[in-house]
Design a binder for this molecule. Structure first.
Ligand code: NAP
Length: 335
């Protein structure tokens, strides 16, 4: 079967990808969204919000909304305007010639699965986890990877933050606004975080440190009830009674299939020509967490998805593709 040709193929279906899908679908470009497929390594159609419970900081929902429901709404909105979803994941891309080639399944197959005039990369990033039993089940029930998102739910709780980098210190400091106490559990006896962040944490009376320690067990079945900590030097184990655990040991952008094709930082995050979503390959755009190692919010991802859609629409129009009522052209805006 020969590969089908699409004006827009969107890789990933978090807030960035689905916002790009809503915009390009409204421009009658019938985007194809490869929404990903669930995997044991935490891949998730719908992105990281599928792993959260209540989302209170996404504008437009004064009472909050559950993360999975929000993503179902994004998807339904994109489909309403003609976006096509495939529950598959790209296994290989070739951006060296046009149309761009995308493989699903066997990456060694001679023929690609899809051809695309433009590609919007929104494959996201995943928060690194400790890999302990029950960690996934308790995510959203005491375990979190985002203090900005979930800190509010831990008012007057005793909580732990795992890690010793800038993220851990930033999360811990932020969490002291709500928590009764915050214990930073770090595997060494000195922090990796910048001096200024360290000084801020040391001066904060709500922050305690558990040095040379790592978490070996999560207690609780339906919600987190405590941690078992092991001293890395003595092997001694102790209980830490907390009802929240924020894991802040870094993120990994999902960019392995773009290595050697798209410009990226040493950390793997894609480089875009800010403030546009253009990558180093003309016609390939990137949005969301895959190119954002700083803000990492659903709303900033959605905003950048809009940018990528408009960049793709402009690119297509400049290359002779008819684009209907693009949202970026005010005189033709509908409604
Ligand atoms: P990071 O700098 O890589 O730090 C990760 C921390 O987690 C390290 O302390 C590491 O311990 C620990 N860790 C890693 N794997 C672990 C495991 N399996 N178990 C227990 N602990 C583990 O990551 P990050 O803090 O997310 O920061 C990423 C980048 O963003 C950095 O460049 C950072 O400066 C930047 N950032 C900046 C700001 C800011 O300036 N406001 C805020 C956030 C992030 P070791 O120290 O022993 O390796």
């Amino acid at each position: 079967m020969s590969a089908s040709l699409h004006d827009v193929v969107i890789l990933g279906s978090g807030p960035a990808g689905l916002t790009a899908a809503i915009y390009t679908a409204r421009a009658s470009l019938e985007p194809l969204v490869l929404e990903g497929e669930p995997s044991s390594t935490g891949d998730q159609p719908g992105g990281q919000l599928m792993l959260t419970t209540e989302v209170e900081n996404f504008p437009g929902f004064p009472e909050g909304i559950m993360g999975p429901e929000l993503m179902m709404n994004f998807k339904a909105q994109a489909e309403r305007f003609g976006a096509k979803m495939e529950t598959v994941k790209a296994s290989r891309v070739d951006f060296s010639e046009r149309p761009f080639k995308i493989w699903v399944g066997d990456p060694e197959a001679a023929e690609p699965t899809y051809l695309a005039r433009t590609v919007i990369v929104s494959t996201g990033a995943e928060a690194l986890m400790l890999g302990l039993p029950k960690e996934t089940e308790l995510t959203g029930h005491g375990v979190s990877t985002c203090a900005t998102c979930d800190g509010f739910f831990f008012r007057d709780h005793d909580i732990a933050v795992i890690g010793g980098g800038d993220s851990a210190i930033e999360e811990a400091t932020f969490l002291t606004k709500f928590a009764k106490s915050v214990t930073i559990v770090h595997r060494r006896d000195e922090l990796r975080a910048s001096k200024i962040m360290q000084d801020r944490a040391f001066a904060n009376p709500k922050i305690n440190f558990q040095w040379d320690s790592h978490v070996v067990e999560l207690k609780g079945d339906t919600k987190l009830e405590g941690l078992v900590i092991e001293n890395t030097k003595t092997g001694e184990r102790s209980d830490l009674t907390v009802t929240g655990m924020f894991v802040a040991i870094g993120h990994r952008p999902n960019t392995s299939i773009f290595k050697g094709q798209l410009a990226m930082k040493d950390s793997g995050y894609l480089i875009t020509e800010h403030p546009s979503s253009r990558t180093n390959v003309e016609g390939v755009f990137a949005c969301g967490d895959v190119q954002d190692d700083y803000y990492r919010q659903a709303i900033t991802a959605a905003g950048s998805g809009c940018t990528a859609a408009i960049d793709a629409e402009r690119y297509l129009e400049e290359h002779g593709v008819e684009v209907d009522h693009p949202d970026w052209r005010p005189e033709e805006r509908q409604g």
